[in-house]
Design a protein around this ligand. Structure first.
Ligand SMILES: O=P([O-])(O)O[C@H]1O[C@H](COP(=O)(O)O)[C@@H](O)[C@H](O)[C@H]1O
Ligand SMILES: [Mg+2]
Length: 574
């Protein structure tokens, strides 16, 4: 069916959900209509994500029901035991998240599949936790994470509590694609589901169980006791889900000297004043910085709307706040975890940490210093969860920490996705650790730079929206592959890794295998150790460039980063 035909079938539906009907009637721009109807939403790095509105390439009740119907039909083939184990569901503060979550519950109910759903919004990591806690077969999280307010999304989890890896999500997609009439998906009555016990509401019971597990994050209880009250934080959950669990976790860990940014402490799907409610961006700290200066806070901490990402700004000697990168936050935390365990004599001999291939080598160097193995995986926290699963089955490593440059970290594996709630308490402990040494987090970072080298990284994400977007991104990837650069800013490319065909090509032409699942990623290693990676985002219409470099001085490293960025842009635009 052409996009025009699909559009017509939507126009013809008399019973279309009223708000979608109004929006459809108001759509006049042909490009916009084509974009909404040209093809179905795909499953990317973190499930399905897109603009809300009418159309098959949009998040709305019909596409949510369709995705859930695919999951339900797949679970039908697995038998009653799996269906009784059921599916856990959570949702964030976005518009329609609650509605989509309950619609998903009703679709599952129509297939006689058990549902566990939260009584109110809850963070993504608590959904991952619920899958494991309730032993469900799958999980659904309704969120578009840190995307602008017009977006929503659908993350799907497997029974280990990790987001579904591509093999399973491709299988799911094949079931979803087989559904021809998205307007004819059966919905059960939720009251009847509740009465019969097919649906269970989760709330304080699961929160309490999560918080009990969260106690394991603390390594040195003395630090919070001695220094917890001396340090001042500002915490902003950016109008999302992070506040309730975040505050409880912080308090139980002994950190009570904090303020919650009052406006952003309230869940609000409009995210007023936050075009991107993303702790990666300075705009996320505008309100908390103001409050921070008033109350003289040492640290500002922001969690994204589904509370899986965390960003932080630290007070510098001049009184201004410095926004740390995800790579820096991760490196500081990894160093603390390893150092604290070493001091306590509890660092396991088979300790391992996991990071994505586009994350900093600063952490690799720190891990090596403690004799800890660093394992690299593809982008997507599901790959970190997959490693943890492997360690458990093979008993070969003890998981110490996992992270991605995109502000995602996991400390204890009772959750199998990035977890900003755990991170909140650990970061507070790290700050207390430096306080115990009469230092700030800022001083701590400088100390690590001096010891391991001045590492600097940058992620550049260029947007290619609309119908032509995917082709533009594809052409740029093709250009890098076909006109393979030999140098960037005067440095020779000594290794070219193409993850799409599992090859690692050395300067002398020797080809080796990468041994990582295939993915559309290119990565270059230069003669001076700098690395550059390029990949299309799986969550937004963007092409992402990542650069990581290091030098003996901060100024030197920043200069190198700027030179490589310029060379990369010049090559892409030539
Ligand atoms: O958006 P979130 O916080 O759910 O995070 C999601 O997207 C990030 C960026 O992915 P991409 O570069 O493909 O856009 C991934 O690193 C992360 O694993 C995934 O859960
Ligand atoms: Mg998020």
């Amino acid at each position: 069916m052409s996009w025009k035909d699909t559009y017509q079938t939507w126009l013809d539906r008399k019973d279309l959900e009223p708000s979608l009907k109004r929006q459809l009637a108001a759509m006049k721009d042909e490009k916009e209509i084509e974009d909404a109807f040209y093809g179905p939403l795909s499953f990317g790095t973190a499930g399905m994500r897109g603009l809300m509105g009418p159309g098959i390439n949009r998040m709305n009740v019909y596409t949510v029901r369709q995705a859930t119907e695919g999951l339900a039909q797949f679970m039908d083939t697995l038998g009653d035991e799996i269906k009784q184990r059921g599916v856990a569901i959570s949702y964030d503060s976005r518009h329609n998240s609650r509605l989509f979550a309950h619609d998903a519950a009703r679709v599952l109910g129509a297939h006689n599949i058990k549902v566990y759903i939260y009584d109110n919004l809850r963070p993504t990591p608590e959904l991952s936790f619920a899958v494991r806690y309730q032993h469900t077969y799958a999980g659904i999280m309704i969120t578009a994470s840190h995307n602008p307010k017009e977006y929503n999304g659908y993350k799907i989890y497997g029974e280990d509590g990790g987001q579904m890896p591509p093999k399973e999500s491709d299988l799911m997609t094949s079931y979803i694609r087989k559904i021809d009439d998205i307007f004819d998906i059966k919905l059960a009555d939720e009251q009847a589901m509740l009465n019969s016990g097919l649906e269970t509401i989760m709330g304080e019971d699961v929160d309490a169980a999560y918080l009990e597990n969260a106690k394991k994050v603390t390594i040195n209880h003395e630090l919070a006791k001695k220094y917890g009250k001396e340090m001042k934080f500002v915490f902003t959950p950016l109008c999302g889900t992070g506040r309730m669990l975040g505050e409880r976790a912080l308090r139980q860990a002994g950190f009570t000297n904090y303020e919650v940014e009052p406006f952003e402490g309230q869940p609000n799907g409009d995210f007023p004043g936050l075009e991107h409610p993303n702790p990666e961006f300075p705009e996320a700290f505008v309100r908390s910085e103001k409050l921070g200066k008033q109350v003289n806070a040492d640290i500002l901490i922001a969690t994204d709307p589904d509370a899986d990402r965390l960003g932080c700004a630290i007070r510098q000697p001049d009184g201004e706040y410095l926004l740390l990168t995800g790579n820096q936050i991760a490196s500081i935390m990894l160093h603390y975890i390893l150092e604290a365990h070493k001091q306590a004599g509890t660092l396991p001999a088979n300790a391992a940490a996991v990071k994505s291939i586009v994350s900093t080598e600063f952490a690799t160097k720190i891990a090596a210093d403690y004799g800890v193995k660093m394992i690299n995986v593809l982008t997507g926290f599901k790959w970190i969860a997959d490693q943890i699963h492997q360690y458990e089955t093979k008993h070969n490593h003890t998981f110490m920490f996992g992270f991605e440059e995109s502000f995602g970290y996991l400390i204890k594996p009772f959750v199998r996705d990035k977890d900003a709630i755990q991170t909140l308490t650990l970061l507070a402990e790290v700050a207390a650790y430096y306080r115990s040494r009469n230092m700030t987090l800022y001083d701590g970072l400088q100390e690590l730079f001096q010891k391991y080298g001045y590492f600097q990284e940058k992620t550049i994400a260029n947007t290619y929206a609309g119908v032509e977007g995917p082709a533009k991104i594809k052409n740029l990837m093709k250009k890098f592959r076909e006109e393979a650069p030999t140098h960037f800013a005067g440095q020779q490319v000594v290794v070219t890794e193409d993850f799409s065909n599992n090859t690692k090509t050395l300067a002398d032409g020797t080809v080796e295998e990468l041994g990582i699942p295939e993915s559309n990623v290119l990565r270059y290693v230069l003669a001076d150790g700098t690395w550059i990676a390029i990949r299309p985002s799986g969550t937004e219409p963007k092409l992402k460039y990542y650069i990581g470099t290091s030098a003996d001085t901060l100024v030197g490293a920043k200069q190198k980063l700027a030179d490589f960025e310029k060379a990369l842009q010049e090559f892409a635009e030539a």
